[in-house]
Design a binder for this molecule. Structure first.
Ligand SMILES: [Cu+2]
Length: 102
């Protein structure tokens, strides 16, 4: 009983955190050709409702997007970059590089 009482609040916090934590995905954007491309892509992604943070790297040809899972999804993000002229795909996570898994 004592154990249950001490563990239950921790579980509740974990479940709540999982619920509210924004999702982060990495999009591969191979169409970038110069250092101003990331600006266009960042603008396009930032406009998507639910997106909270965007980092675009020209060197890596990728965009790391953080968004509210309940408001948008990967398909909408891909559409946003594609509409801006940069088709993208979701990059699989690479746990060996220390990227947190789902
Ligand atoms: Cu460019």
């Amino acid at each position: 009983m004592r154990l249950l009482r001490s563990v239950a609040p921790v579980l509740l916090v974990l479940v709540t955190a999982a619920w509210l934590t924004p999702k982060t995905i990495t999009l591969a954007v191979p169409g970038m050709t110069c250092s101003t491309c990331p600006i266009t892509i960042k603008k396009a992604l930032t406009k998507v409702p639910g997106v909270t943070h965007v980092e675009v790297s020209y060197e890596k040809l990728e965009a790391v997007v953080t968004f509210e899972d309940s408001k948008t999804n990967a398909e909408a993000l891909i559409k946003a970059t594609t509409d801006a002229g940069y088709p993208s795909t979701v990059k699989p996570k690479t746990p060996d590089r220390g990227v947190p898994r789902e």
